[in-house]
Design a protein. Structure first.
Length: 215
């Protein structure tokens, strides 16, 4: 369980608060608007109305005591930038800030953010891969070069074992697991037979897998 300071509970911040609350973390939510604070109360440990660009106000929160400080002020980048900088000045251990453009991402990193979340870019990349391929069900980009894909079993692979296909040597990818009806279906072994009602989770180079599974 981590202690979280969440500044800004608009659309993105509210979803983040709900998810972290479900995970059992202790969350102090802060927003300048009373209506948003009232809406978020059922999902957080506590909440305060306040101006995050005020150093005096932030000092009262004891930012040094939080494991992570999230800055998810979506409608006022200047406030987001000032808040991020102030949090680091006050000794915040880790500041994760939300950006809405490449320029915002660069400025936030220069002004103290340890990590930057860029939801629009991340979702757009995911959607471009997911919805322009008939084979790719889902994917997680691990870095610039590698990803985990959930893919439909290619027709020519159906009925064959992992050993017969020799996927690791031929394509430099690894099958991590297979799924049936949306659930992980056992551990993959060399003798696992790939069946038509399965999807598989594969790990490898992003470019290699896009060439292999994009059709």
């Amino acid at each position: 369980m981590k202690s979280i300071l969440l500044i800004g509970v608009g659309g993105f911040g509210k979803i983040l608060a709900k998810q972290m609350g479900d995970m059992g973390h202790q969350i102090l939510a802060v927003d300048r608007e009373e209506e948003r604070i009232n809406e978020i109360l059922p999902y957080v440990t506590s909440a305060q109305i306040g101006e995050s660009t005020s150093q005096e106000f932030l000092q009262t929160l004891g930012v040094k005591n939080f494991d992570i400080c999230f800055v998810t002020v979506g409608d006022d980048f200047q406030s987001s930038l000032e808040t991020t900088s102030l949090l680091k000045d006050l000794g915040a251990k880790m500041v994760v800030a939300r950006a809405a453009s490449d320029i915002q991402e660069k400025f936030l990193l220069r002004n103290g953010a340890d990590e930057v979340i860029y939801p629009e870019k991340q979702v757009a990349r995911w959607a471009a891969v997911r919805y322009t391929s008939e084979s790719i069900e889902d994917y997680i980009r691990l870095d610039d070069d590698h990803a985990i894909f959930e893919v439909i079993i290619p027709k020519e692979w159906v009925g064959k074992s992992v050993t017969q296909l020799d996927i690791r040597r031929r394509h430099q990818i690894n099958i991590l697991a297979v799924k049936r009806d949306g659930e992980i279906s056992g551990v993959v072994s060399p003798d696992t037979i790939l069946e038509p009602d399965m999807t598989m989770l594969v790990l490898g180079e992003y470019k290699t897998m896009m060439k292999l599974f994009k059709k």
